[in-house]
Design a protein around this ligand. Structure first.
Ligand code: UDX
Length: 431
């Protein structure tokens, strides 16, 4: 089971995007497990107690004179005690939104061992049933333990059934997410502390270059920028060119990229309407094939990956402000669809790679960002207004004139939201 990182800070109460199973989903799932564990506990305990408290019957025979019945008591008592421990673990997990063990052990703890206990109960209760059947003819009122044994066996089978049902519920959860791919062995070396190698696609662009500046401040970071310079520019990165921890590659993300990195910030895509509408087919390719290529890379090298998505995944939203549970109102055939739908597919790919291959993902839906290094002819409203104001021209307000936007200054976007997003397990919201 892939689970969210324990909330170390415990204080992040915002609604978020996140890389893994949502906290609510985890809570629901752990609650379901708790119910199964409680049921198994009740049935097994009742079965064992039924046998142990059996003191009726004055004849010389008693249940403990028969191996099979002793086996029934022992198996049910073991399962009851173990279920008690499991229930305590469940309660702890639900209260902390966390899992008790590392991922691999957790899968075993949640499901793997259920079969062992289920078969223990099954074999014990089957043996008990066989014996009860043999004794049937000889069972009289004086041998009331036979009846109680039957009831205990039935309860034991019920315990077995709950364990098997819990195991069956694993299917859905297993598909929720796989364990992430293993990062490079150097990550865990005691002797060699490599730098964090970070790939930024679209790193020569407006937001990307600010992200480079921010990540280069940390001397433990090596930054590789891949950009095809369609809307980005080497000028944005000139202070880093030649720096030993920096590398700039002219590369189009629609082609595969073979690099060894620990983190990927996938920003590559024109973001301004006039640029993404210029070559819509290319825009879709960048979003779909480019994201596939980056996810393939993340899978191969075990890197975490962040996709910068957009507020445009909401299309022409019908609710304001948009929260993450809103799925949007998007025109699939409009002139902006290449970008809107492209980013939506990119988000889908991110989550499918996460669920299918365990890739650790982050998605940032960026709203309207402005600041230094924005192209003067970027076409977005802030740069347009500033350019028009400088030229003493009237400001153009496009129809209908009632539209609203959430604006964010680029350094806030980068320092508060993007740059740390791949370093911890916390989730985050962008607006
Ligand atoms: O000169 C202008 C330019 C734009 N506008 C209006 O201002 C609003 C904002 O438009 P912008 O072109 O700045 O861009 P948008 O907010 O639609 O999307 C932009 O910001 C969010 C990002 O995720 C997107 O990638 C980016 O396209 C629109 O309603 C637009 O019609 C004007 O009124 N005048």
């Amino acid at each position: 089971m892939r689970s969210p990182q324990p909330h170390r800070s415990g204080g992040d109460t915002q609604q978020h995007f996140q890389s893994t199973v949502s906290v609510q989903k985890l809570k629901r799932f752990n609650s379901l497990i708790l119910v199964f564990r409680f049921a198994a506990f009740c049935f097994s305990l009742a079965s064992a107690v039924f046998m142990l408290t059996n003191s009726r019957g004055s004849d010389s025979l008693h249940w403990y004179n028969f191996d099979a019945f002793r086996y029934v008591v022992a198996a049910n008592a073991i399962v009851a005690i173990y279920s008690l421990f499991e229930m305590a673990a469940s309660v702890w997990e639900i209260s902390r939104n966390a899992t008790l063990f590392p991922e691999i052990c957790q899968v075993w703890f949640d499901f793997g061992h259920d079969q062992v206990f289920a078969y223990l109960l099954l074999s014990a209760n089957t043996a008990g049933t066989e014996l009860a059947r043999t004794l049937k003819d000889t069972c009289t009122d004086n041998k009331a333990f036979c009846v109680q044994s039957d009831i205990a066996i039935v309860l034991g089978f019920a315990g077995n059934w709950t364990r098997m049902s819990k195991e069956a519920s694993n299917g859905d959860h297993n598909s929720a997410a796989k364990a992430p791919p293993t990062p490079s062995p150097l990550r865990f070396s005691k002797f060699f502390q490599s730098n964090m190698r970070i790939l930024i696609t679209g790193g020569a662009g407006f937001i990307g270059s600010h992200l480079v500046d921010r990540l280069m401040e940390n001397e433990k970071n090596e930054v590789i920028v891949a950009d095809n310079y369609f809307t980005g520019s080497k000028d944005n990165l000139k202070k880093w060119i030649g720096h030993p921890r920096f590398e700039l590659i002219r590369h189009d993300v629609t082609e595969p990229l073979l690099v060894e990195v620990d983190q990927i910030y996938h920003l590559a895509c024109p973001a301004s309407p006039i640029f993404y509408k210029y070559n819509p087919v290319k825009t879709i390719k960048t979003n779909v094939i480019g994201t596939l290529n980056m996810l393939g890379l993340a899978k191969r090298v075990g890197a975490r990956i962040l996709l910068t998505s957009t507020s445009e995944v909401y299309g022409d939203p019908l609710i304001h402000p948009q929260n993450e549970s809103y799925w949007g109102n998007v025109n699939p055939i409009g002139v902006r669809s290449c970008y809107d739908e492209g980013k939506r597919v990119a988000e889908t790919l991110m989550f499918d790679y996460h669920r299918q291959h365990g890739i650790e993902i982050r998605i940032a839906r960026i709203f309207n960002t402005y600041g230094p290094r924005m192209n003067i002819d970027d076409g977005r409203v802030v740069s347009n207004f500033i350019a028009q104001a400088i030229r003493n021209e009237p400001l153009t307000v496009q129809a209908p004139g009632t539209q609203t936007r959430s604006f964010c200054y680029v350094s806030d976007m980068v320092s508060k939201k993007l740059s740390g997003a791949l370093n911890d397990g916390r989730r985050f919201k962008l607006s």
